[in-house]
Write a protein that binds this ligand. Structure first.
Ligand code: ADE
Length: 221
């Protein structure tokens, strides 16, 4: 899979791409991630990418030309274009799974007041990572990229995401490590039983209990 990210702030991705599981997936060529500066595609003599909002109003608006040219230059016959915006559909784990099936994704990150409305005509999916407004689409694009990459074949052990929160519409069960007693708090007895069927049942019951307490909306579905 190849992911091309269009941004005005390429440096924001340095840490994201150079640490931990994403770094390893890049080294092993399990994914290709390229960061593109939108400014490089501007035809303006001063490399401008934004302008005033026609009709008035606060804030600058991203112009269509650099974005259209960047997408034209990067897309192939099988490209899926995503735009990060608080007005997008709420991002969910199921979408991360669906996106792993794409061979090439372009993610457009906005900044300032917003995108010129005509940019929407070249976008397949608008995504929001939550009902709050960030300064730009960079952090959301990292959230989406991270959630996809960890699901790609061989990036992490299959088992690690088989029981992820949300996979079966339930939150994760509690997990413990040593010591068995920490400041008076004991690891539940059942986990020492070695009886896998009983342990799995206990874990499932805990998942349901936790989901009922914290996210009853998930159970309604
Ligand atoms: N850009 C700014 N805020 C955002 C959000 N919540 N989701 C996606 N993109 C954004």
């Amino acid at each position: 899979m190849k992911i091309d990210i269009l941004t005005l702030f390429p440096n924001m991705y340095t840490g994201f791409l150079s640490e931990s599981i994403i770094k390893r997936a890049l080294e092993r060529k399990q994914v290709e991630i390229n960061i593109h500066d939108i400014r490089d595609y501007s035809k303006d003599p001063h490399k401008r990418v934004d302008d005033y909002s026609i009709g008035g109003g606060a804030g600058m608006v991203l112009m269509p030309q650099p974005i259209f040219d960047a997408v034209d230059a990067l897309k192939d016959e099988d490209t899926y274009v995503i735009m990060m915006t608080p007005q997008g559909v709420p991002y969910k784990q199921k979408m991360a799974y669906n996106l792993t099936k794409k061979s090439h994704i372009i993610i457009i990150c906005g900044h300032y007041e917003g995108f010129d409305e005509r940019i929407r005509s070249i976008v397949d999916l608008e995504l929001s990572i939550g009902d709050y407004v960030l300064t730009g689409g960079e952090l959301p694009s990292m959230v989406v990229t991270d959630s996809i990459v960890r699901l790609l074949d061989g990036v992490i052990e299959e088992e690690s995401h088989e029981f992820d929160s949300f996979n079966d519409g339930l939150l994760d069960y509690p997990v413990y490590t040593k010591p068995n007693n920490f400041r008076g708090m004991e690891v539940p007895e059942i986990l020492f039983s070695g009886h896998h069927e009983n342990i799995n049942k206990w874990r499932h019951d805990e998942q349901v209990k936790r989901t009922q307490e914290r996210r009853p909306d998930l159970l309604d579905k």
